[in-house]
Design a protein. Structure first.
Lengths: 306, 265
């Protein structure tokens, strides 16, 4: 059996003159959870639209479960579940009526109770969809997406607008799906969401993938950060020989950030240096970069390049 | 899961949704019946209109009104689902696109059929209309009418920006269709070119076929001679052609102008 669930090759997507996606490649293995991160307009939703079969790619090729999602739609439409960023319901129907209607054309559907319990909406069965809160509508989105026991699940910002508890519920649900062997492609601009869920991720910016890999890979490309505050000191005063490729020093007011690939050695040097002078390094911290920082850096690099 | 059961599920859902929109439900479910009763109320005499007995004339007209209302049902539901992005969700489900269209057509046609039967029974039992002499031709005329107006609804939905306009557009469609059939003013009152145009309107051939099916006579000819069972189909061929042409126009326009998504702002 093919172990690749989703394949994207040199995908370009244009709307008129605007090129929303400018040549991206990635693969998602079966049972894997892959996250596409990026700000609004990075091209995440456009990528999903193509994979879900709403638009043909302007250039390049995509495969879902080995099939073209448009020309071989019949092969895949019953095997994928989709949570769209923006899709409507029949707003005059109740939650129960909506699920029942969808169950009628879904092969081997989950039971109405079962699916509503999974997304935590069972107590709202009799309520009209128009009266649901934003978070509840999102949960109904999810309920309809998982109703047909999909092999591949596309989630376009599934937790946007949810409160923290509802987000954690969604994460639980998604983890459960992955544990059951479902392949998940998730877009998000919440970095903690990708950190919580994704085995691999790609960061998109302006239609391109700027970095890709496992969380460790992506973080590993960047050094460990040593941060501290020290007044009236210039970066050149620090005990580091200049021009070392695997280290950088940044000063923001009094706050220093030393990014290094040799944290133990650099930290020892720094501490001895400060100790000799009797200086106190305020708010000293040693840590891996957060996705947040990574993200800002990527965005910054792209802005500078542009 | 078979395609047919998906189509049936769509049709059923359309009906549930329609019943929740009270204004629209009133229009498409009850207005055709009111119009039919109003239309047949004055027609109980044995007068003739353009050589057609008044009761049969009125009954046919009343049944034909059903089709422009099917147009309204289909066009409105397409526009609402598109603008509220329900289509986007439906197309992402297990449903094939063809089942979405087929469900719409089946739903509107079943409504029309029920209304048509109610009107027919009323016309025969209360309004003195005769029993149709050629039931198969009657059915063919009904299927043609349903298909023409479904094709036109799907074909024109791309031009209709929103729900309100969808209901407005249905009115001129209804009006022009009725004028074309000669039910509002006799076609003989129109100038020659007006009559030629009227003959080409989408509802006219359906009405002509129904009259022939009702009375077993060919109204295309001056004296409206009696025609046999098979001959009735023969004389209806030209009308069938006009109907098929309109279906072609609807399909062409669908290919060219149909939109699944709201226009980007």
């Amino acid at each position: 059996m093919n172990t690749t669930a989703i394949e994207v090759r040199d995908l370009h997507q244009k709307y008129g003159d605007f090129e929303a996606v400018r040549g991206i490649d990635f693969e998602v293995g079966r049972g894997e959870l892959y996250a596409l991160l990026g700000t609004n307009g990075a091209g995440k939703t456009t990528t999903l639209d193509v994979l879900e079969g709403y638009h043909a790619p302007t250039r390049g090729q995509v495969r879902v479960l080995g099939h073209d999602p448009i020309s071989e739609r019949a092969e895949v439409r019953q095997r994928m579940g989709i949570v769209l960023q923006e899709a409507g319901f029949y707003k005059d129907l109740s939650v129960a009526e909506t699920v029942d209607a969808w169950r009628r054309w879904t092969p081997r559907p989950l039971g109405r109770r079962e699916v509503l319990e999974r997304v935590g909406l069972a107590h709202r069965e009799a309520v009209r969809v128009s009266q649901l809160s934003g978070g509840e509508k999102r949960r109904l989105d999810l309920a309809l997406a998982v109703l047909g026991r999909p092999e591949v699940l596309f989630l376009d910002e599934p937790t946007t607008g949810l409160d923290p508890e509802a987000r954690r519920n969604v994460w639980e649900l998604v983890r459960g799906m992955v544990a059951d062997g479902v392949t998940v492609l998730l877009t998000t601009h919440y970095l903690d969401e990708a950190e919580q869920l994704a085995q691999r991720l790609a960061i998109m910016n302006a239609g391109r993938i700027v970095t890709e890999g496992t969380l460790a890979d992506v973080l590993g490309e960047r050094g460990t950060r040593i941060t501290f505050r020290l007044p009236a000191v210039r970066p050149s005063d620090l005990p580091y020989a200049p021009g070392l490729a695997r280290r950088s020093v940044r000063l923001d007011g009094e706050a220093f950030t030393v990014e290094t690939h040799e944290p133990q050695e650099d930290l020892r040097t720094l501490l001895e240096w400060a100790h000799e002078r009797g200086w106190e390094l305020g708010g000293l911290e040693v840590r891996r970069p957060s996705l947040e920082e990574l993200f800002l850096e990527v965005a910054e690099t792209e802005r500078v390049a542009a | 899961m078979s395609w047919l059961s998906m189509v049936w599920a769509q049709a059923r859902l359309n009906q549930t949704v329609l019943m929740r929109q009270r204004g629209l439900a009133f229009s498409v479910l009850l207005l055709p019946l009111f119009l039919a009763f109003a239309n047949t109320a004055n027609a109980r005499s044995l007068d003739t209109v353009n050589g057609v007995p008044a009761a049969a004339f009125a009954a046919v007209g009343a049944i034909a009104v059903v089709f422009p209302f099917s147009y309204m049902t289909i066009a409105t539901s397409i526009v609402v689902r598109r603008e509220e992005r329900v289509y986007k969700r439906l197309r992402g489900s297990a449903l094939p696109t063809s089942a979405i269209f087929a469900g719409d057509i089946l739903h509107a046609s079943l409504l029309g059929a029920v209304q048509g039967v109610v009107i027919l029974v009323y016309a025969i039992t209360v309004a003195n209309a005769p029993m149709p002499s050629n039931v198969p031709l009657m059915l063919l005329a009904f299927v043609l009418g349903a298909a023409v107006f479904a094709a036109l609804a799907i074909g024109t939905a791309g031009f209709i920006p929103n729900y309100e306009v969808a209901q407005l557009v249905a009115l001129p469609v209804l009006f022009i269709s009725l004028v074309g059939t000669g039910m509002m003013i006799p076609l003989s009152a129109l100038p020659e070119w007006g009559q030629r145009v009227a003959e080409l309107l989408p509802l006219t051939p359906v009405v002509t076929m129904m009259r022939t099916a009702f009375l077993g006579r060919d109204f295309a000819q001056e004296a409206a001679p009696v025609v046999g069972f098979l001959e009735a189909f023969q004389v209806s061929a030209a009308g069938l052609g006009i109907g098929l042409l309109w279906i072609g126009v609807g399909l062409w326009s669908t290919r060219k102008y149909f939109r699944w998504d709201p226009r980007r702002a």
